[in-house]
Design a protein around this ligand. Structure first.
Ligand code: NDP
Length: 251
């Protein structure tokens, strides 16, 4: 049994949908104070209502993670509303599929800005709050695609997700002085709206290729995030855990 996170102050970027919503649910059940940050108000409100029903004290924040001022405002307001910041989940991300031959420089930049530059923005904005508290936890949602595997159409996405793992190594060293850890979860194929858009054939083929014979559910990632955020994980930093049902294991 992990020490309770009840009353801790948590931010989940991209917490309105998909994996972020699953992460938010796991923290909500632990009774945390929670900010759900994303761009679309209706989905944020829907997620906030669900998290409050599950046991959180939740609030929503409109934030575009590609814009540093927007991120800094969101983090500062969350910390002010929740009495500080204990856990930052850097999860917002996109995965448009475009083969390199059709990919424009703008396509590349947009994915890098949303997935990777935003990781730096969000962690940087949280540093003063971790410094003030003398402790903190950061959990980054990376992927197996990029760091471990490839997939046609995801060269920009894969680079951004591998970049996040490179980022956390040095970030871990710099955050250590604030008694703050940073780690990453690397999901395999997790059932979300975004993944469903890739089509039934893709999903079926994927599920069959996974040793545990199923796609992941969003709470599989939330539970790993919960562990990294726990007191018990306090001596783990700059690391990553693959949550993929065994997908990347060799035959
Ligand atoms: P979804 O599309 O279901 O959700 C994405 C979330 O990110 C939404 O809440 C969305 O809200 C938010 N978001 C997107 N762009 C921005 C932005 N510019 N500013 C703020 N928020 C933004 O995706 P998933 O849940 O599938 O993906 C979440 C993370 O998990 C990503 O980092 C992805 O790389 C990673 N991942 C997903 C896998 C999967 O199988 N689904 C596998 C491996 C990794 P809004 O649009 O309102 O801004």
């Amino acid at each position: 049994m992990l020490t309770s996170l009840k009353g801790r102050s948590v931010i989940v970027t991209g917490g309105s949908k998909g994996i972020g919503r699953g992460i938010a649910r796991c923290f909500a059940r632990a009774g945390v104070k929670l900010t759900i940050a994303a761009r679309h108000r209706a989905e944020i409100d829907d997620a906030v209502a669900e998290m409050n029903a599950l046991g959180a004290t939740a609030r929503g924040a409109i934030c575009d993670v590609t814009d540093y001022d927007s991120v800094r405002r969101m983090v500062d307001e969350a910390a002010a509303a929740q009495g500080g910041l204990d856990v930052l989940c850097v999860n917002a991300g996109i995965f448009p599929q475009v083969k390199m031959v059709d990919m424009s420089p703008e396509d590349w930049d947009h994915v890098m800005a949303t997935n990777l530059r935003s990781t730096f923005f969000t962690v940087k904005a949280a540093i003063p709050h971790f410094e003030k508290a003398g402790k903190g936890r950061v959990v980054v949602t990376s992927s197996i695609t990029g760091p471990v595997t490839g997939y046609p159409g995801w060269s920009h996405y894969g680079a951004s997700k591998a970049g996040q793992l490179g980022f956390i190594k040095t970030a871990a060293m710099e955050l250590a002085r604030y008694n703050t850890t940073i780690n990453a979860v690397m999901p395999g194929n997790i059932i979300t709206e975004g993944l469903q858009g890739l089509g039934e054939d893709y999903l079926k083929t994927m599920a069959n290729s996974i040793p545990l014979k199923r796609l992941g559910v969003v709470e599989d990632i939330g539970n790993a995030a919960l562990f990294f955020a726990s007191d018990e994980a306090g001596y783990i930093t700059g690391q990553q855990i693959v949550v993929d049902g065994g997908q990347i294991l060799p035959e």
